[in-house]
Ligand binder design. Structure first.
Ligand code: AMP
Ligand code: MG
Length: 491
C-alpha cells in the first residue's frame, strides 16, 4: 500500500500543459505488474527538490514505473513532426514518452520530468509505447556520462523495471526511464505546426520557447530571428563538444534536436574508439548520414529546417525572411569552428595565444590518428603524459614518422609543458563509456539480473577526468578481435 502522506517533494508547475493547449494530448501511463526500482539518481533528485530517501523505495518503484502519478503531475504526450533520415513525417509525437510535468530546481531552472517506455499514447501509431531494460540503462549510462563530461544533456532520474515482457525480436524485460530535460521542445515541435500552416500556434510555441529558454530575446527587434541565431549558436557549441569528446548521437533526426541545446533522445549513440570521421555504429544508418564526421553539417541541415518553420514569424512576408534567416544560418560554421578550435587547443595543451597554425596542428594530429587507427581518447591521454615527460604511451600509439614531424612541432608550442599537462587533464577524459563496457553492463543486467557492472560503470564515469588506481581496464579499448560494434534503437 502506498503511503500517500509521505512528503515526496514533487512541486509541479506545468507551464506546457497550461500555456500550450493544442500542442499535446493528455495520456496516462500503462500499469506495471511488478515494479522494481533498478537505479535512482539521488544527486539529481535532490537538485530537483525531491525527497530522495523517500523515493528510493517501493513507493518510488510505483511512481517511476508509471503505476502512481505523483500529485500535481499532468501526464501528456507532446506533438511533434520531424525529418527522419531526411524524409519528412508530419506527425510523430511522444509515442512512448509521457511528460509528467515540470518542476523548478534548486537553481531556479524549470525542468521537465518525462517517462520513456510507459505505454501507448495517441501518437503511438503501431508501436507498443514500451521500452526494454537494455536501451533504458544505455540512456541512463550515456546521459550521466555526458553530464559528468560537462556536455549539456538530458539526465536520468530513475530506471524502473515493470515486471512485464516487451516483444522485439524476442521477449525482453520491460522498463521505464524517467529523464529530466530543460525541455523537450524540438525542431520537430515547430515543424508540426509549420507543416499544418498554423502560424498562430507556431507563434504561441515560439513565444513560449523564448520565454522559457531565451528570455532576453523577447526585447530584440526581431525575437524570432534572434531565436534562430541563439538556437544555432547553442547547437554549434553542443556539436563541437560532441566532436571533441568523440560522441556519436547516431540518429540526428530533426525530432531529436532540442531547442534548449541539450543532447536529447539517446538511441543508438556510442563513443568513438578508433578515430575515423566515417565511423557509424547504428545498425539503421546504412548510408552514414549520421556518421561521426557528418554531425556538424547535419546540425546545420536541421537548423535550416528550423529556420524554414520560423519564416512566417520573422516577416509577415515569408519571402522577405529568407535573406536574414540565411545570413544567420551562415554563422553556424563560424561558431562551430571557433568552439571546436577552442576545445581542441585545450585538448592539445596550447596555452599560448591562438595562432593561425593551431588548426593545421590539430588537423594533422587527427590525420595521424586516422592513418594509424589510434584510439581517440587514449591518444589525448598519451599526449598529456608526453607533456608531463612520459613519452611511452604516445610511442605505443604513434609510429616513428610522427616523432620526426608532428611531435616536435607540437612540443615547440608548449612554453610550459607542466602547465599544459595540468590543463590537458581537465580537457581530456580518462574514462568514457566504452562500447564493450556498456554492452557488458547491459548484458549482465538484462540476462543475469546483475546490476553490479552497471553500477560500477556509472561510478567510474561520474569522475571522467580523475584517474584512479585499479580502474585501468576502464581505459582500455575493446579486446583485439572483437566484432565490429553495432548499436540498435531498441524500440
Ligand atoms: P525515436 O527513435 O525516439 O527518435 O522515436 C521516433 C518516433 O517513433 C517517436 O515519435 C517515438 O515516439 C516513436 N516510437 C519509437 N518507439 C516506439 C514504440 N515502441 N512505441 C510507440 N512509438 C514509438
Ligand atoms: Mg526521438
Amino acid at each position: 500500500m502506498l503511503d500517500l502522506s509521505r512528503e515526496l517533494g514533487f512541486r509541479f508547475d506545468n507551464s506546457y500543459a497550461r500555456d500550450l493547449p493544442g500542442c499535446y494530448a493528455p495520456a496516462a501511463a500503462a500499469p506495471a505488474p511488478a515494479p522494481r526500482l533498478i537505479a535512482f539518481n539521488h544527486a539529481l533528485a535532490r537538485e530537483l527538490g525531491l525527497n530522495a530517501a523517500a523515493l528510493d523505495s517501493p513507493v518510488g518503484a510505483e511512481i517511476f514505473s508509471g503505476n502512481y502519478a505523483p500529485p500535481g503531475s499532468m501526464p501528456l504526450a507532446q506533438a511533434y513532426a520531424g525529418h527522419q533520415f531526411g524524409h519528412f513525417v508530419p506527425q510523430l509525437g511522444d509515442g512512448r514518452a509521457l511528460l509528467l510535468g515540470e518542476v523548478i530546481d534548486l537553481h531556479g531552472q524549470r525542468r521537465d520530468i518525462q517517462f520513456k517506455g510507459s505505454g501507448r499514447t495517441p501518437f503511438s501509431r503501431g508501436g507498443d509505447g514500451k521500452a526494454a531494460l537494455g536501451p533504458v540503462l544505455r540512456e541512463y549510462i550515456l546521459g550521466e556520462a555526458m553530464h559528468a563530461l560537462g556536455i549539456p544533456t538530458t539526465r536520468a532520474l530513475a530506471a524502473a523495471a515493470t515486471g512485464e515482457s516487451v516483444y522485439r525480436e524476442s521477449p525482453l524485460p520491460g522498463a521505464v526511464l524517467t529523464r529530466v530535460a530543460a525541455s523537450h521542445i524540438r525542431v520537430g515541435t515547430f515543424q508540426f505546426f509549420a507543416a499544418r500552416g498554423d502560424t498562430a500556434k507556431l507563434k504561441q510555441l515560439a513565444d513560449y520557447t523564448i520565454a522559457r529558454h531565451y528570455p532576453a530575446l523577447a526585447a530584440e527587434a526581431n525575437p524570432y530571428l534572434a531565436l534562430l541565431a541563439a538556437v544555432s549558436r547553442r547547437q554549434a557549441e553542443l556539436i563541437a563538444r560532441w566532436m571533441l569528446t568523440g560522441f556519436i548521437h547516431g540518429v540526428m533526426n530533426t525530432d531529436n534536436m532540442a531547442i534548449s541545446g541539450e543532447t536529447i533522445d539517446y538511441g543508438p549513440c556510442a563513443f568513438l574508439d578508433t578515430y575515423h570521421p566515417a565511423t557509424v555504429f547504428s545498425s539503421i544508418d546504412h548510408h552514414g548520414r549520421y556518421a561521426y564526421g557528418q554531425q556538424p553539417p547535419i546540425a546545420r541541415w536541421n537548423l535550416t529546417r528550423f529556420a524554414e518553420t520560423l519564416l512566417p514569424l520573422i516577416d509577415a512576408d515569408p519571402q522577405a525572411a529568407i535573406a536574414p534567416a540565411t545570413a544567420v544560418l551562415e554563422e553556424f560554421s563560424t561558431h562551430y569552428e571557433a568552439a571546436w578550435l577552442t576545445g581542441m587547443r585545450a585538448k592539445l595543451g596550447l596555452l599560448a595565444p591562438p595562432e593561425p597554425a593551431d588548426l593545421a596542428l590539430a588537423n594533422s594530429f587527427l590525420s595521424l590518428l586516422e592513418t594509424h587507427k589510434v584510439d581517440y581518447t587514449r591518444a589525448f591521454g598519451a599526449l598529456s603524459a608526453a607533456a608531463r615527460g612520459d613519452d611511452a604511451p604516445l610511442h605505443a600509439l604513434l609510429p616513428a614518422p610522427a616523432w620526426q614531424t608532428w611531435v616536435p612541432a607540437w612540443r615547440a608550442r608548449l612554453a610550459d609543458p607542466a602547465a599544459s599537462a595540468r590543463a590537458m587533464d581537465s580537457a581530456n577524459p580518462v574514462y568514457i563509456p566504452r562500447n564493450h563496457l556498456v554492452e557488458a553492463a547491459l548484458a549482465a543486467a538484462v540476462e543475469r539480473d546483475d546490476l553490479a557492472p552497471f553500477t560500477a560503470l556509472l561510478d567510474v564515469l561520474a569522475l571522467p577526468f580523475t584517474p584512479r588506481p585499479g580502474l585501468e581496464t576502464y581505459t582500455e579499448p575493446a579486446p583485439p578481435g572483437s566484432a565490429p560494434y553495432r548499436t540498435f534503437c531498441g524500440t
